[in-house]
Design a protein around this ligand. Structure first.
Ligand code: 0X9
Ligand code: ZN
Length: 401
């Protein structure tokens, strides 16, 4: 397992263009937010992870140039260890715990079990294979094939562990609510749910066994130096444009060609085949507390930006109404940074009327290392957003026909 002892994550606040330039030139900087150096802008909070042996140099450089910063994570390895502390021994027996992070094997078993527990509501469908030969599966809750649908995926990025934790917990709430909770019942009766809890199984396993901060898939191509393609740069949405890298050793590698990743291809084929029914697409990531709306690959506003914003606001308000957690929303290229080849832009361009990347908690205190005691609150508040977005899907469908 890769050791991050002594590594630090700094939150840096560039105030001038010259500061931006300095940040972009820092060696071995692992950008957590934004994802890559070109995304750095004046006035942003920039979270960057540095290896222990460079930390003193980096701080000296920042101080010399009068660039403000604070230490976000003092010792990365101890935060990594803290994150799974208290994980119960028998994670998976008869009951599944929804308040801990689960390994890939546990999540795969959970998918089989939840489908078996609610046989009249759910089927487990095979979408495709991963590079390393694992199944990419989907839980499909279809009461009536003529109903509209909502497509939800989790774990595009391996290290964003709160994402699959949310998918598991939400699915449970939804299914248990059928017949007991009037809102969930009405939703399941009128809306089909396609839930892909684990779209990047190879990367997720690697983030447990080898490198906690692994983000990408685990493919490697002839002529490439490094492993891993960013699946959220590999989709058909201005593929290869701004905000994606052609260097396999970066975190935002777009892959050798469009849909080179079998996981992405499986997702994209399914989406294209069901595009006329899918009204809402939500890709669950972390972190930033944001609804990122199309487009991210261009600053041009989408023709339906008003509609996108209207329902994003409802979702953000729904989250806020639970514990007051503040979520913002906006077009990707304005609220975050440019991304080409992202899944939510692909979904939008294929004709799905409402789509977003949903970046869960937090805003950069723990970042990807969100403690387990936040899983349940994240689940509760984000479930409120998905209830709102379920209404949105039904409403868009009624307006359409
Ligand atoms: O950079 C990304 O892929 C997403 N952020 S993350 O920290 N989860 O990696 C943002 C993507 C937003 N834009 C598109 N999906 N197009
Ligand atoms: Zn992500």
């Amino acid at each position: 397992m890769k050791d991050y002892t002594g590594d630090q994550v700094l939150s840096i606040y560039p105030q001038r263009e010259s500061d931006v330039k300095i940040l972009q030139d820092l060696e071995e900087a692992d950008f957590w937010s934004p994802k890559y150096p070109e995304g750095v802008r004046v006035g942003m909070k920039i979270d960057v992870h540095f290896p222990s042996y460079l930390i003193d140099n980096v701080k000296t450089t920042l101080t010399e140039h009068g660039i403000e910063y604070q230490v976000m994570i003092e010792d990365l390895q101890s935060k990594i260890d803290d994150q799974v502390r208290g994980r119960k021994r028998s994670q998976y027996s008869m009951t599944h715990d929804y308040d801990v992070y689960h390994t890939l094997e546990e999540i795969e078993q959970w998918m089989v079990d939840i489908a078996a527990e609610f046989p009249s509501l759910v089927t487990l469908e095979h979408l495709g294979m991963s590079t390393e030969g694992r199944h990419v599966n989907m839980l499909s809750i279809v009461r009536n094939p003529d109903n509209p649908a909502i497509l939800i995926d989790c774990t595009f990025h391996a290290r964003e562990w709160i994402s699959p934790a949310f998918c598991q917990c939400f699915t449970r709430n939804l299914l248990e609510g059928y017949g007991t909770d009037p809102v969930f019942t009405q939703h399941i009766d009128n809306l089909n749910y396609y839930i892909i809890p684990m779209i990047n199984p190879d990367g997720y396993k690697y983030s447990w066994d080898e490198d906690r901060l692994w983000r990408k898939t685990r493919s490697k191509y002839p002529g490439d130096l490094c492993y891993g393609t960013d699946p959220n740069r590999n989709c058909d949405a201005n593929y290869g444009g701004e905000g994606a890298s052609n260097n396999s050793c970066t975190q935002t590698y777009r892959g050798p060609h469009l849909e080179s990743e079998p996981e992405v291809k499986a997702f994209a084929d399914f989406t294209r085949a069901h595009k006329s029914k899918i009204m809402v697409y939500v890709s669950v990531h972390s972190y930033s507390q944001l609804f990122v709306l199309p487009w991210s690959y261009t600053a041009t506003p989408t023709p339906t930006l008003d509609v996108l914003r209207k329902y994003a606001k409802k979702g953000a308000d729904a989250i806020g109404s639970v514990y007051g957690t503040v979520y913002t929303y906006g077009q990707g290229s304005e609220s975050l940074y440019f991304v080409s080849g992202g899944s939510k832009d692909f979904a939008y361009d294929v004709g799905i009327p409402w789509s977003c990347t949903l970046e869960l908690r937090d805003t950069g205190y723990y970042g990807f290392l969100l403690p387990q005691d936040q899983i349940v609150p994240v689940c509760v508040e984000t479930t409120a957003a998905l209830r709102s977005l379920s209404d949105t899907a039904i409403e868009l469908w009624l307006n359409k026909s």
